[in-house]
Design a protein. Structure first.
Ligand SMILES: Nc1ncnc2c1ncn2[C@@H]1O[C@H](COP(=O)(O)OP(=O)(O)OP(=O)(O)O)[C@@H](O)[C@H]1O
Ligand SMILES: [Mg+2]
Length: 451
């Protein structure tokens, strides 16, 4: 199926020509017609499968058609469509994708995130725009300050939807929904992971909306592969292992995920000290907006080779040519494991994941493996249980020792037999020599050969 057969507005032609995309991805093929037909959707498809354009293209299409019918939106601070994302970094990335489309389709896109200056946000109330991309807390404060009105919103997309509701934004989002006209509202929930509890919540919460489901099974899996290596280390060995990995093994650029912000700082400091030629940046939620922006921009633009980050970079972030991910510590939840690893192996490319597995990780490994089994569309390998590994190693060692003992015993027996036979042969030899002196020497030769 080609993009043309999706019958999008002709204004997209320039965008497709510029991007060079040959055909829509599977999630785009299935989602775009539903959204064009004003359906509300829950879309679950693997990391890197192209969900951003799966909602961006039909959104622009619908708004463009509305604009042609009813004229441009003239209401200030009143978007027609809103996309929520859990982090500033992701909101900014979506904004850049949407800007690349709006450049051709000519609609107005605005970004509203936590780090924006008040002056910048203020101007929202005085400007007209069609699409707002935002983080939830900023939307909440802007509504409160009467800079933003959601009464005319017709399309509401929640990217990384499960994460938005889990991150403590649930009440904020529910409050936003109360401001919207439910009858005319199109909803879109997009994610790579749909925990059962969240699925039930969606069904119960939006009982009046018919939510169409787009989800893929294993048979639809693209030929993307993520190779996984598990390195068994004790916590105090991790820095040394990471250093060795970067010096000797690492090919291309990658992200080192840590579980805590201070751990990210420590690893970053260690690498800067020990590998002064390595271009490494750090990214976590305690850094100020400018430092966060600078770190990610430097990594995205390939000035930096390595990014040490917390889970702030785990979801949605799309970085060209990323070759590997190191889990310095396994994440606290299996879902984050899927998202972290999903930073590589995107859009049909391959990637490598290295897990530094400590002896206390057994429980987490079991949970991750269960999640991977349930997550039919993510091509991740199972992590062997470190504890079981150890037991298996001990058993193998015991078996090897047993084998060696047996071998030693067999050799000893053979030696004993050989010595006994030597003695016999010697005796026999003496006899034979004595008899050879009397007859032919063949018997002595044969005996010698047998020995
Ligand atoms: N039709 C297409 N053909 C080729 N590449 C595409 C196509 N659509 C999107 N891409 C590229 O695929 C990459 C991944 O897309 P995107 O970030 O939307 O994935 P995602 O499904 O949102 O992943 P995640 O779950 O990690 O957020 C991007 O670099 C994007 O430019
Ligand atoms: Mg995404």
């Amino acid at each position: 199926m080609s993009f043309e057969s999706l019958e999008l507005h002709p204004a997209f032609k320039g965008f497709f020509a510029e991007q060079g995309f040959k055909k829509p991805t599977q999630v785009q093929r299935q989602t775009i017609p539903l959204l064009i037909n004003r359906k509300s959707v829950v879309v679950v498809s693997e990391t890197g499968s192209g969900k951003t354009l799966a909602y961006t293209l039909p959104l622009f299409h619908a708004l463009k058609i509305d604009e042609e019918k009813h004229g441009p939106n003239t209401l200030k601070g009143t978007p027609r469509a809103m996309i929520l994302a859990p982090t500033r970094e992701l909101a900014n990335q979506i904004y850049l994708v949407m800007k690349s489309v709006s450049h051709h389709v000519k609609l107005r896109v605005r970004l509203l995130t936590g780090g924006d200056s008040h002056a910048k946000t203020k101007s929202l109330a005085h400007s007209t725009f069609d699409i707002l991309i935002a983080t939830p807390s900023r939307v909440k404060s802007s509504i409160k300050n009467k800079e933003l009105t959601l009464g005319h919103l017709r399309h509401f997309i929640l990217d990384e939807a499960d994460n938005l509701f889990e991150m403590g934004f649930k009440r904020d989002i529910e409050a936003m929904l109360l401001d919207m006209d439910q009858t005319l509202l199109q909803l879109g929930f997009f994610t790579a992971t749909l925990p059962p509890a969240f699925d039930i919540f969606l069904t119960e919460k939006f009982v009046g909306k018919k939510l169409e489901r787009v989800a893929f099974t294993e048979s639809h899996r693209p030929q993307t592969r993520i190779e996984t290596y598990n390195v068994r280390v004790e916590p105090e060995e991790k820095n040394m292992v990471v250093r060795m990995f970067l010096e000797k093994e690492a090919k291309g650029r990658g992200i080192i995920f840590t579980n805590q912000k201070n751990q990210a700082d420590e690893v970053h400091k260690f690498l800067k000290e020990k590998l002064p030629n390595l271009k490494v940046k750090v990214l976590h939620g305690d850094m100020d907006t400018d430092a966060r922006e600078e770190a990610l921009a430097s990594f995205v633009s390939k000035k930096a080779q390595v990014l040490v980050a917390t889970d702030v970079a785990a979801r949605g972030i799309d970085i060209d040519d990323l070759a590997w991910v190191v889990n310095y510590g396994l994440p606290k939840s299996a879902i984050y494991y899927l998202h972290r690893c999903g930073r590589v192996g995107r859009g049909g490319k391959t990637g490598v994941v290295y897990n530094l597995v400590a002896s206390h990780d057994g429980k987490m490994i079991t949970e991750i493996n269960q999640a991977i089994q349930g997550q039919t569309h993510l091509p991740l390998q199972m992590i062997p249980d470190a504890k079981l590994n150890q037991q298996a190693r001990d058993k193998a060692k015991a078996r090897a020792v047993e084998k060696v003992k047996k071998k030693v015993e067999v050799i000893a027996q053979r030696d004993r037999r050989a010595r006994a036979s030597d003695v016999a042969v010697e005796k026999q030899g003496r006899k034979t020599v004595r008899s050879a002196r009397r007859g032919p020497g063949r018997v002595l030769k044969n005996k010698t050969r047998v020995r």
